[in-house]
Design a protein around this ligand. Sequence first.
Ligand code: 8YV
Length: 327
Amino acid sequence: TIRKPKVIVTRKLPDIIETRMMELFDCELNLADDAFTRDQMLDAVKRAEILVPTVTDRIDRDIINAAGENLKMIASFGTGVDHLDFPATRKKGIIVTNTPDVLTEDTADMTMALILAVPRRLVEGEQLVRDGKWTGWSPTGMLGHRIWGKRLGIIGMGRIGTAVARRAKGFGLSVHYHNRNRVPEEVEKDLEATFWSSLDQMIAHMDILSINCPHTPATYHLLNSRRLGLMKSHAYIVNTSRGEVIDEAALVKSLSQNQIAGAGLDVYEKEPEINPKLIKLSNVVLLPHMGSATIEGRIAMGERVIINIKTWVDGHNPPDRVIDTMF
Ligand code: 8YV
């Protein structure tokens, strides 16, 4: 007989993925799609051999420690892994996997959408039409700022940052980046990208900043009030990575005092809570963490989860194993 591991999935996933998981594993689904309560999570880690959580599940040390000996693997549905406590999983020898690559292009598309939407006042314009307040074309109506020819500074030149750079080049932006490591010379050349070893220096020279680094202890509040203060007053900031990378209170202050021109945000410090002051600002575009939200992408993410689990069950090293000393 084929061994079927006990898999507990914490959120509703695409039907096609759930069906496949039920065939392959001894699988418990969450058909309600309410995030697990803490008690439900504690119960799940005690019974599961493999847990499939998402970004909304905070799997902290207490939860990992409460897990019995049977929890062997956390196959997370998503790329970011900042909701997982790595010291605790490492100590217990629990294998962690994520779903990179498959959401890179979708997230880069959404980043580009925000880069266009904020300076060109897309949402304000649309609102004007919907509110019946548009009185017709005028030479000075709804003027925004052009983006082509401007300098885009990408913070975090990994998979998503690089995909943003490719798009930005096509839109006529000049690409700049800051990263822990310089990317290979041929990639830099191809993107016509300029590396800045000093984040502060880069921030001070950019027209648009895009946050594309993960949230780690090292990047928590990377954009704090001091660094936001380095931005030019006509500059914009876009974040499709994690809210925690920007000090949200400091950002609200910069925006309200017109120290920067605007922001496009897909992620927040305390999702789904949004700072009420942000909602009152007209120079921001606010999205509900939908950077990777495509039907195709979600199915591909589910397929990655399945491959990771199957590979481990078959006794091999799963392709998306996260062994990162950053956490
Ligand atoms: C996912 C994300 O939708 O993958 C990530 O890191 O932030 C989102 O795009 C989410 O993580 C699903 O769990």
